[in-house]
Design a protein around this ligand. Structure first.
Ligand code: SF4
Ligand code: SF4
Length: 429
């Protein structure tokens, strides 16, 4: 028996109900790029009928969006099957000669991403690149054309990164007006979110404060480990999970709140990492029981709006919010509660936008194909939106890129739900 999730593959009855929900099957039109095809490949690899290399391309091109899991009538645990395949392929590769790409990847995942200090330095570098006018010069001179197409595309849509001074000044505690019976929140900032979109974190905490929460940012927290988990670095994932569990259990928060669909999903799946360790499993379960997306808590509390927003809005949900956290209604409920907005549901909204962690960087061409399909649905809306709302930084950047590719940036802006709610409440970062 191998480390692949063989037992889970046996629950698949090959019905194909999942196929219409799979963006890679729809875009690439191949059985091997469908959930059913991938499950079969993993099963065959576990039985020794094919090699790990034989399933590698199909597994690498899976978005990990888990729409197939939600659609499956027999409750096949596709997420577990996928993670086991990614892990097995990565471990198998580690035994082979290490390529330069793998070494760079390993350095990024095991050294750069987990380090708060390195990320601070990178964030500062990005902020200076933007603030000192270097970005404008680079665009004017065309020097960025030497970058590969994927990096070039994402550089062009980088959000405005907060500088080190503004970041250093950020409050670590937000006290509500009424402290009696206030809900206590430990805020999970995330690593990429807090480097690239730190203003959304600030807005999130101010919204929670407005809704009556006492919010604290604890310094001991770190990266959630989602990118590591999806790339086969399971040891680093566990280490990062333990760090967060230990950090938050020192405090007695009612909730641990985040504004990041993808990271939030990882936080809710921490117990899966410790199934063979009773002590850590219990601690992970306690952590997960308190961990919620901001839309869940805000939808239970009361937000007082001070502005009417006359926007035509559509919403692209985060796959991990929908298929892993099972949170569909709360963001919609909040969006629709804003005075003045006109909401139009996006056709096929459950389909992944093609962002999927770093999928859009490492599988750029495939990701753009999936996103072009998403933008086709946006353009087909009878009432053209002027705002697309997201709940995850990856989806946010991807949808922004989609809007740019369609040359619609003057007509449509992409915002995180928190930015929209903050605008309606008259709150600024
Ligand atoms: S994963 Fe589920 S929906 Fe898809 S073919 Fe297997 S049993 Fe059917
Ligand atoms: S996780 Fe998403 S991309 Fe992968 S097989 Fe399932 S539906 Fe398709």
């Amino acid at each position: 028996m191998t480390e692949l999730a063989y037992q889970e593959t046996l629950s698949c009855v090959q019905c194909g109900y999942c196929l219409p929900t799979c963006p890679t099957y729809i875009s690439f039109k191949k059985e091997t790029h469908s959930p059913r095809g991938r499950i079969n490949l993993v099963k065959m690899a576990a039985e020794g009928k094919i090699t790990y290399e034989d399933m590698e391309e199909a597994i690498n091109l899976c978005l990990g969006c888990r729409a197939c899991e939600t659609a499956c009538p027999t409750n096949v645990q596709y997420g577990k099957i996928l993670e086991s395949a990614i892990d097995a392929i990565a471990k198998n590769k580690a035994h082979q000669l290490k390529s330069r790409v793998n070494l760079v990847k390993s350095f990024l995942f095991n050294t750069v991403v987990p380090s708060n200090n390195i990320r601070q330095v990178l964030g500062t570098g990005l902020a200076l690149y933007q603030k000192l006018g270097l970005q404008k010069v680079a665009h004017k001179t065309g020097v960025l054309n030497i970058l590969p197409e994927n990096l070039h595309a994402f550089e062009a849509i980088l959000p405005k990164v907060e500088g080190p001074l503004k970041r250093a000044k950020r409050q670590m505690v937000y006290v509500p007006e009424q402290t009696k019976n206030s809900v206590t929140v430990g805020f999970f900032v995330g690593c990429i979110m807090d480097t690239m979109f730190s203003s959304i974190n600030t807005l999130s905490m101010k919204l929670l404060q407005r809704a009556g929460c006492h919010v604290t940012v604890i310094k001991e927290q770190g990266c959630c480990g989602a990118l590591h988990q999806h790339s086969g670095y399971s040891d680093t994932t566990k280490a990062l999970a333990k760090k967060n569990i230990e950090a938050f259990e020192k405090y007695e928060f009612d909730y641990i709140v985040n504004s990041i669909g993808g990271c939030g999903a990882m936080l809710t799946e921490y117990p899966h990492l410790f199934l063979d360790d009773a002590d850590w499993l219990k601690r992970a379960q306690n952590f997960t029981a308190k961990s919620v997306d901001i839309s869940v808590l805000l939808s239970q509390l009361s937000l007082s709006y001070s502005k009417q927003l006359n926007y035509r809005i559509t919403y692209q949900p985060s796959c991990h919010m929908t298929n892993v956290q099972n949170r569909v209604n709360e963001p919609l409920q909040l969006i629709k509660s804003i005075p003045g907005i006109t909401f139009n549901a996006l056709p096929e909204a459950h389909m992944c936008c093609g962002s999927a962690g770093i999928y859009n960087i490492v599988n750029y061409t495939h990701s753009m194909k999936i996103m072009d399909e998403k933008m086709r649905h946006v353009k087909e809306l009878t009432v053209q939106p002027d705002v697309i709302v997201t709940t995850n930084p990856g989806c946010h950047l991807q949808m922004k890129l989609g809007v740019e590719r369609e040359d619609l940036q003057k007509e449509i802006k992409v915002v995180h739900i928190v930015e929209l709610l903050a605008e309606a409440c008259g709150i600024e970062a």
